[in-house]
Design a protein around this ligand. Sequence first.
Ligand code: SF4
Length: 436
Amino acid sequence: MTSYLIITLGCKVNQCESAALGHSLETAGYVRSDGMGIPDIIVVNTCTVTGKAAMQSRQAIRQARRRHPAARIVVTGCYAQTAPDEIKVIEGVDMIVGHDDKLRIADLLAREHHVAGALPFVHHRSVYGCNFSSMPSVAFEDRTRAFLKIQDGCNTRCTYCIVPYARGQSRSMPVQDVLDHMHSLAGKAVREVVLTGIHLGVYGADLTPSTSLATIIETILANTAIERIRLSSIEPAEVEERIVDLTANSGGRVCRHFHIPLQSGDNDVLRRMRRPYTREAFFDLVSRIHAHVPGAAIGVDVMAGFPGESEAAFDNTYRLLDALPITYLHVFPYSPRKGTPAATYPHKVPESTAKARCRRLRDLGDRKRAAFYQSMIGQRLQVLTETRTDPETGQALGLSDNYIPVAVVDGDVEANRMISVRIRGIAPDGRAIGRI
Ligand code: SF4
C-alpha cells in the first residue's frame, strides 16, 4: 500500500483543500501515513500570503526531503501556483501541481514516472477562466465540525495582496451543490459547518441566476438539518444588514461570530491599500453588530507596517480598535509580495518598528479577549462538545457559538452534543469553565 502525508501551510481554505486532497488520495487507494512510518508520497500544500509564508513553504519542502529521502515530493497550493520557478530549483521536488489539478494528484502520480535528474513535472494551468473546483465535504479533526469551501478567488485588488494572482477571479459553488454537501455532512453527524472562501462575502455574484451570501445562509437554514453555521472571514463592506439580522434571529443556528478584516484604521493607509471603506464605516459596522447581536464574538485582522504607515497612522488603528467592542485580533506585519503594487511603494517601515507595533496590537488583542471571556461569566452558552476531552481532568471540551473554548465540569457529557452550559469562570489556560 502506498502511504501519503500532507503538510499544510496557510489559511482555512488550504486546510479544507488538504482534507479534500487526502480524501481523493484515499479514494485512489493510498493510506494516510500515521506519522511514525515512512510516507511514500509527501504533498506540501503551500501558502504565499506573506514573504514569511513563502519562506516557510520552501522550508517545509526542504525539511520533508531531508527527513524522507526516499519519498516523492509533490508541491501544490498558492506558492506553487504563483512561483513554480522558485520551487523547481529546490532540490528533490518531484512534481509541482497548480490549484486546478490538486484533486488529480493521484492520477498524475500514476501516469508520470520520475526520471532521476530530470526537471520536476509541472502541472500548472492558469487559474483564470476556470470554474469553481468543488471539493468533497470533509469533516475535520473530531468530526463534529467541518469546513466547507463555497467560494474561491477574488476580484478585488488590495495593493498588498498576492492572493488574487494565486487563486484567480471569484467563483462560487452552485446552490444545489452547497445543499448536497450540507445534507451529506448532516448525514455524517456533523453538527457545525464553517462556510469558507477566499472572498466569502461575494458568494453567488458569479452564479446564474446570481445570489448572495445572505440568501445561501437562508436557503441552508430552510432546507437542511445542519444545526449550526459559522462564517469564516467577511470583508467589512459585505457584512450586509440581512446577515446581521439572520444571526440575531436564527435561534443560534447562525453562530454569533464575525471575523472582519480591518487591516488599518487610518483612512489614508486604507486608500493606499485600496480597501473600499473608511475607519468611520468600520466603527459603525462593529457598533451595529455589537448592539444587534449581544454577546457576538467579533474578530479582526489587522496589519502593521504598511509602507508609509506613520506613527500617527498607526495610532489611528490602535485607538480605533481600543475603542471598539472587539473580541480578538489577528495581527500580521506587512510583508512585501513581488508583483503587487505596494511592493514598490516608498517609505518602507523599518522591521523593528513594524514588530513593535505588532506587539502592541497583540497585547491589545489579548486584553480584549480576556475581557470578553470575563463578560460571559454567569451567562448561558450553546456549546458543541468535541470527541476529545481534557487529557488531565477528563472534562468534556467544546466550542461555544460565540467562539469560546469551554471545559464542561459535569461528568458524563457525551461527545458531539449541543448543550447549554452556564459559564462559571475562566481557567488559567484561558478556557471558560461551564456547568450544565
Ligand atoms: S479582498 Fe483584498 S485581501 Fe482579501 S483576498 Fe481579495 S485582494 Fe486579498
